[in-house]
Design a protein around this ligand. Structure first.
Ligand code: MRU
Length: 357
């Protein structure tokens, strides 16, 4: 059953307390199916297979999943050392599910830290559950804040190009880059969105177009190959995309295809914005070349609703690319809008944060 409201809840606690429930994004837009995740294998598989996807959403899912698993481990009556060993093992498995989005490891580490050092398993599991709830609530709040700040960059009448899916499906709230679109629309600005289809898994055409259509926001899907000519024709006023990891100096790892949109935007004088939670900034990584880019199966490139290439031909399938900081006009976070030279405060060696808003 498709939900009647436009508000999609991509991840939530299961009603009977037995785990975490996600919307299976692999099936959209054809079918709306919720899936209960109970075991560590369920959660890892859902993240790895992109049943749940988007950097913030996988972080929140892993945080809630780990808290749920810790509760189950405590209920088994494990002693404290066995409990610690078990939750560390779960944490490692969850962090290993996908490598590029920093939010995944960040959220898992937060929940592990919340377990404290010497507490008994029941107390530790309760603390982990509280931390997962906090991460969930923070994610919703940060989406709203990013949306408000991002909307300030979108003027009435603009056409906004976006890539992949950065909306409610990709977060626990209203999204990051798409949050800016939602808030601009809410405030009465007449805007249009161009969603690039995002080969090979089509997050733009399957998910972004689905979300925006339900919200009543005009959206046109385009193949990646059409983006340059649209910009050349002056039909895009700004680009806003999300991020999976932003390095200390502002390089942006995001869905494959982001970089080429940024190059084309620069060539045509179109501002290229990135919207992401502050927690997506990875101070430990200086440059984009150091980011681990997930390589996915060639099968995703070679087939989609039937074969697109001769069988057994080789294919490359990097899931993300890196847009150099020099191509990004501003980074919109829940802690403000940052422009070059980046100074992310606590996340940077360079001193206090200096957002322009
Ligand atoms: O492989 P995906 O679909 O998880 O990739 C998602 C993206 O690249 C998003 O742009 C990013 O995670 C930000 S989501 C708010």
């Amino acid at each position: 059953m498709f939900p009647e409201t436009t508000n999609v809840v991509s991840v939530r606690w299961s009603g009977d307390g037995s785990g975490v429930t996600i919307v299976d994004q692999r099936l959209l837009p054809g079918e709306y199916v919720e899936r209960d995740l109970r075991t560590v294998a369920d959660i890892v598989d859902a993240i790895r297979s992109l049943a749940v996807r988007g950097a913030p959403a996988i972080g929140v899912t892993a945080a809630m999943g780990l808290a749920h698993l810790a509760g189950a481990a405590a209920a088994e009556g494990l002693n404290a050392p066995a409990f610690r060993a078990r939750i560390s093992e779960y944490g490692l498995a969850l962090k290993g599910a996908r490598p590029t989005a920093v939010n995944l490891a960040w959220a898992v580490d937060r929940v592990l830290r919340a377990s404290g050092a010497n507490e008994d398993p029941e107390t530790a599991a309760r603390a982990m559950r509280r931390e997962a709830d906090t991460i969930l609530a923070e994610d919703r709040a940060m989406c709203r804040r990013i949306g408000e700040l991002g909307a300030s960059l979108i003027e009435d009448g603009m056409t906004v190009l976006t890539h992949c899916n950065t909306g409610a499906l990709a977060t626990a709230g209203i999204g990051t880059a798409l949050a800016a679109v939602y808030v601009a629309h809410e405030s009465g600005k007449r805007i249009q969105v161009v969603a690039s289809e995002t080969r090979p898994l089509l997050q733009g055409s399957r998910l972004t177009a689905w979300e925006l259509q339900r919200a009543g926001i005009p959206v046109s899907v385009v193949g990646e190959g059409a983006v340059a000519s649209l910009m050349q024709a002056g039909r895009v006023d700004c680009c806003i995309v999300g991020a999976d990891r932003i390095t200390r100096y502002g390089d942006v790892a995001n869905k494959i295809g982001t970089y080429s949109h940024a190059v084309v935007a620069r060539a045509h004088g179109v501002p290229f914005y990135v919207a992401a939670p502050f927690s997506t900034i990875d101070a430990a990584t200086e440059r984009g070349s150091q980011v681990h880019i997930e390589q996915r199966s060639p099968a995703e490139v070679l087939s989609a609703a039937g074969h697109l290439a001769p069988s057994a031909v080789a294919a490359l399938n990097p899931a993300f690319d890196v847009t150099p900081a020099s191509l990004v006009a501003a980074i919109i976070t829940d802690r403000g809008i940052f422009r070059q030279p980046y100074d992310f405060g606590g996340a940077s060696p360079a001193g206090p944060a200096s957002p322009i808003l």
